[in-house]
Write a protein that binds this ligand. Structure first.
Ligand SMILES: *[C@@H]1O[C@H](CO)[C@@H](O)[C@H](O)[C@H]1NC(C)=O
Ligand SMILES: *[C@@H]1O[C@H](CO)[C@@H](O)[C@H](O)[C@H]1NC(C)=O
Ligand SMILES: *[C@@H]1O[C@H](CO)[C@@H](O)[C@H](O)[C@H]1NC(C)=O
Length: 484
């Protein structure tokens, strides 16, 4: 196995020398966003596409092939990376009939003139994550091969590239220059990067300095950001002043060890949450994201890739997703640069032309009404109601480190009641709680702690359903009138 690797490395070295001669390296990163839809209050996809356009965001990454999302993206020109969930890899790796069908139903149905500009397909999402214990590992390469041939059959292989977004836990090292993929992944990573290289695809990696900080109390706080540090990491002649560069170069070193040190790198996810943990707040999120964007757009690159920033970076995330699992932590529902309803959380210059984020327009809210604890009732029996409300709605901001943590016992109850009431589209019964809840027209928000008002789902299917209900109502009413 060593021989071909060395040969490939030698050829690549020659190629890169040649490239240096033939064209000066013009590197310009583009900023895109991840658009996840695990939400309790989903905005109409076309509202979100308008939000992307308003903010001049021209690249978006989604985690599946949601028909509503892809339809809304049609004709927008926005470049799309769609995703294949890990759970589908087994089926797609086992038969080309399955991959042909998947590509036809989920990709080629949307592309073409006036269609969705699908440029990448992510085959799995962090399939080698340590916590998956290797369960998806063996399916990735066969799935890549099958989908590639399905694309080729439809003449799409030249335009749509396959990628495999990896978590940064796929590689490790105490110093960036010593970066290497996890030993048990060496063989599969070699196959993957060979595949990516022969198809002109980049390596996609997700980098999260927030998680390093969250998971390790010894992690120097200022090393997570971009404003200089009192804890630089010295690696031979190279000095690292931020975790992002250190992590990025660890990957560069790991790729070099496989003979692909020049492979373009796309950062598939990077960001900072605003709630649900001590280090997750608006100030920190703004500092991290703005520092990151400025750093990347400066085209300085990293010590191992001077002058060559990542090809693209996709911020995580566009919107908050209140229905995500809180297994990683309560912050998991608060990664958005916009809140669930498309309102900017903080001042951010994406470097795309606007100095500030622009809010979503034409969002249809439910009426300005909230559900709170009835001030005239004894609330000692409320525990089960709260448990139920918070198991369905999102109460993560109430916990330690969250924006609503200090609102008191009664505040907690009201917050839980309201979250549930909004989730139930303000249905009157949903604010009953055995008489312990009451609807109010006064916004109960306190300081940073926001009591939300839901949005009406205006997706076309429910719209047309409502229209049919109205039509039937009139028909039945007409019959009724006639009979009388
Ligand atoms: C298309 O993708 C969706 C998930 O994104 C999946 O449920 C569906 O089965 C796929 N279609 C085919 C033919 O595999
Ligand atoms: C926000 O988070 C940062 C670290 O991520 C922390 O240093 C700072 O104290 C936090 N600010 C507030 C107001 O909690
Ligand atoms: C409110 O709820 C949170 C989360 O369960 C808890 O940490 C906090 O102590 C509660 N506050 C009061 C005053 O009970």
């Amino acid at each position: 196995m060593l021989e071909p690797r060395l040969t490939a490395a030698a050829i690549l070295a020659l190629l890169s020398v040649f490239e240096l001669w033939s064209s000066p390296p013009v590197a310009e990163s583009a900023i895109g966003v991840n658009w996840g839809t695990i939400s309790l209050h989903r905005l109409n996809p076309s509202t979100v596409v308008d939000l992307l356009k308003e903010n001049k965001i021209a690249k978006v990454k989604i985690f599946d092939t949601d028909p509503g999302v892809l339809r809304a993206l049609m004709g927008s020109g926005i470049e799309v990376m769609v995703g294949i969930p890990n759970e589908m890899l087994a089926a797609l790796s086992s038969s080309t009939t399955a991959s042909d069908l998947w590509v036809r139903q989920n990709v080629s149905a949307y592309v073409g003139k006036g269609g969705a500009n699908i440029r990448y397909i992510a085959v799995g999402n962090e399939p080698f994550l340590t916590s998956y214990s290797g369960q998806f590992q063996s399916y990735v390469v066969p799935a890549l091969v099958n989908i590639q041939q399905s694309l080729a059959k439809l003449n799409l292989a030249g335009y749509i590239k396959l990628v495999v977004p990896c978590n940064a836990d796929a590689y490790e090292a105490s110093l960036p220059s010593q970066g290497a993929f996890r030993p048990e992944l060496t063989q599969i990573m070699t196959q993957i990067v060979q595949f990516l290289n022969s198809n002109g695809s980049p390596f996609v990696v997700n980098i999260y300095p927030f998680l390093s900080l969250y998971g390790n109390s010894d992690f120097p706080q200022d090393y997570a950001f971009f404003g200089g540090t009192t804890h630089p990491v010295t690696d031979g002649a190279n000095v690292y002043t931020n975790a992002f560069d250190g992590n990025f170069d660890t990957l560069v070193a790991a790729l070099s060890k496989l003979g692909y040190g020049q492979m373009p790198i796309v950062v598939g996810e990077v960001g900072w949450p605003t709630d649900g943990a001590l280090g997750a707040n608006l100030t920190a999120a703004r500092a991290f994201n703005q520092g990151l964007i400025t750093h990347v757009l400066s085209n300085k690159g990293t010590p191992l890739r001077p002058g060559v920033p990542p090809m693209d970076i996709y911020l995580f995330s566009l919107l908050d997703e209140g229905a995500k699992s809180t297994l990683p932590g309560n912050f998991e529902r608060h990664w958005g640069i916009f809140s669930f309803d498309g309102q900017a959380k903080y001042a951010l210059n994406l470097g795309l032309g606007n100095r500030l984020l622009k809010n979503a327009r034409n969002v249809e809210y439910l009426p300005s009404r909230w559900c709170v604890a009835n001030p005239f009732r004894d609330l000692s029996d409320v525990a089960n109601h709260m448990k139920l409300a918070c198991s369905m709605a999102d109460c993560t901001t109430l916990n330690y480190g969250g924006s609503c943590n200090g609102i008191g016992a009664k505040g907690n109850i009201s917050y839980a009641f309201n979250s549930y009431y909004q989730l139930q589209m303000q249905n009157v019964q949903s604010c009953d709680f055995d008489g312990l809840g009451v609807v109010t027209f006064l916004d109960p928000s306190v300081g940073e702690c926001r009591f939300l008002v839901g949005v009406t789902d205006t997706s076309s299917s429910s719209q047309s359903y409502k229209r049919w209900v109205i039509v039937w109502y009139w028909i039945l009413w007409g019959i009724g009138v006639f009979l009388v």
